[in-house]
Design a protein around this ligand. Structure first.
Ligand code: GLN
Length: 550
């Protein structure tokens, strides 16, 4: 099927954090497995132009696409579920929409007319929805998730735009899916449908009648409850879909399929296609749920109070764990705590250490201590972006004996082993001025990186301003640091590793953005494998025993 793109809109009601991103991704996967060409996008109703400048403490991880867009973390789910690389077209914010409209107004593009939310903002929104299918004329379905919760003032222009689209494109081409909460009230021993009724009423008030309701609930929805929701919300009973809490997010598509979600969608949209082939996905879920063995890996960062800040890292560990038939327990270690309590105490018993990316100098010394501890004690270690920079600083200080640091944290440092790239020096804006997106990397023959990737080339996603300072490459390598990945022109360091260590590798790029449940990322897979080996090694056993004796 092609040529006639259909549009599915996913909205959310009652409360936030119901998992709209997972719901949209799951539907995307089910339709893809039916042989349809699906693309997902997210509309965020905030005024930031992109989440790039937003604090991970508030907003969670910033996900980066191949083309260098800094996007909402839900795009990570979209990519992982549908195994499709997305682009900047897949994340649109109110800020972008207004920016485009205001720029056009300044250029005289509106020929003196009054520029208004309706129709100008809504037209821009509609253009951007349609744009998702622009490049690829074979897109069968665009799934658009509308961020926020029904009833939010900010969301209104988006809802108005998607209402208009059904009118313009025809009902048979547009479908509204509404994710809602059906809470269980303990004191009354009852499941309550009223919040859902209200949320649907809000939608209907603005002219949107949901076609399908996804009902998040702790308890199964009895027939009676389904009937009630169906009647009061004006949604067919078969289209009232139960969405129970799942052990793993990867199980959600399978459950939706059992509830008949994808069948209803294609029936309502009049699409003729195959039954979905879910065998590979079932196998993935089986592998994720199967392991009884556990390895513990410490993640030493500063945003650990909001684990959403490390969403893709968490998912990458799930993929890498499944690939190695273990479950990875993440021990969250606050980098600032390492400075106070020392690395020996903070990392007791762990079989691996990951130092993730980050910005700003808080916790830096703790991260450097974490790297030192892993390096000196033969604990498997993976550094990512800032993690690589900390590893280089640590090596320069403690092995090469330099008073080393990064000019990001101390512009006057004697040996800036991490320094700003020349082209970054002139930039004063914060948004969109980093080295962003996919860049090729050439891997050194005979390195650990080559063993892990099974290749001498890769391409990985970046999000940073600072780089390894080439003036120090000689002294660092003379002392045993291996630059195992470089940009094709040899100018930028992409991977470093240590020879005399069981597993010590760090990347300037973010491998976590490219890990998929179907294919764990080689660096994560390698770290988990090394952690398993470490856990059964004498060093690992002694550590675990010490932990038990405490
Ligand atoms: N702050 C560092 C830089 O900008 C590292 C960024 C990151 O870890 N993503 O280079």
């Amino acid at each position: 099927m092609s040529g006639n793109t259909k549009y599915i809109f996913v909205t959310g009601g009652v409360v936030s954090s119901l998992g709209k991103g997972i719901a949209a991704s799951s539907l995307g996967l089910l339709l893809k497995q039916r042989g349809l060409n699906v693309v997902l996008q997210k509309f965020d109703p905030y005024l930031n132009v992109d989440p790039g400048t937003m604090s991970p403490f508030q907003h969670g991880e910033v996900f980066v696409t191949d083309d260098g867009a800094e996007t909402d973390l839900d795009l990570g789910h979209y990519e992982r579920f549908t195994d499709k690389n997305l682009s900047q077209k897949s994340n649109v914010t109110t800020g972008q929409v207004y920016e485009a409209v205001i720029n056009r107004e300044r250029e005289g593009g509106y020929l003196g007319r009054t520029v208004q939310v309706i129709p100008h903002i809504t037209d821009e929104i509609k253009t951007r929805i349609m744009r998702a299918a622009d490049e690829d004329s074979d897109i069968d379905i665009v799934i658009t998730e509308i961020g926020g919760t029904t009833g939010d003032i900010e969301g209104l222009p988006f809802l108005e735009a998607i209402r208009q689209l059904s009118f313009e494109l025809g009902k048979q081409n547009v479908l509204y899916v509404h994710l809602t909460l059906v809470p269980y009230i303990k004191a009354a021993h009852e499941i309550k449908t009223k919040p859902t009724q209200h949320s649907v009423r809000d939608l209907r008030e603005i002219g949107i009648q949901p076609d399908i309701l996804l009902c998040r609930s702790e308890r199964p929805l009895e027939d009676e409850v389904r009937n009630k929701i169906s009647l009061f919300c004006n949604v067919e009973k078969e289209a009232v879909i139960e969405a129970l809490d799942a052990d793993s997010i990867y199980e959600v598509p399978l459950r939706f399929n059992k509830e008949g979600l994808d069948k209803i969608v294609i029936t309502k949209l009049g699409i003729d296609c195959n039954e979905p082939d879910l065998s590979q996905w079932e196998e993935i879920v089986r592998r994720i749920k199967a392991p009884s063995e556990v390895v513990e890996i410490a993640v030493c960062g500063k945003y650990i109070h909001l684990v959403d800040a490390y969403k893709s890292i968490i998912e990458s560990f799930i993929h890498a764990g499944a690939a190695n038939a273990v479950r990875v327990n993440i021990k969250w270690v606050n980098a600032e705590r390492v400075e106070e309590d020392g690395a020996t105490e903070c990392f007791a018993g762990v079989d691996g250490v990951l130092v993730p990316g980050g910005f700003g100098d808080r916790g830096i010394e703790g991260k450097i201590l974490a790297v030192k501890h892993a390096r000196e004690n033969g604990i498997p270690m993976l550094g990512i972006c800032l993690g690589l920079q900390c590893a280089v600083i640590e090596f320069a200080r403690n092995v090469c004996g330099l008073d080393a640091g990064s000019s990001e944290f101390n512009p006057d440092i004697e040996h800036p082993v991490i320094d700003l790239m020349l082209e970054q020096r002139s930039k004063s804006k914060m948004g969109g001025t980093m080295r962003l997106g996919s860049y090729p990397c050439e891997i050194k023959k005979g390195s650990l990186a080559e063993k892990l990737y099974g290749s001498l080339k890769t391409s990985e996603r970046h999000r940073h301003r600072w780089e390894v300072n080439n003036n120090y490459r000689k002294i660092l390598s003379e002392n045993g640091l291996i630059f195992s990945g470089l940009s094709p022109d040899g100018n930028l360091v992409e991977l470093i590793e240590l020879q005399s260590h069981p597993f010590f590798i760090a990347s300037q790029f973010h491998p976590e953005f490219k890990s998929r449940p179907q294919k764990a990322h080689p660096l994560f897979k390698g770290l988990v494998k090394a952690a398993i080996e470490h856990s059964v090694s004498p060093a690992g056993k002694v550590r675990q025993k010490m932990e038990q004796d405490k």
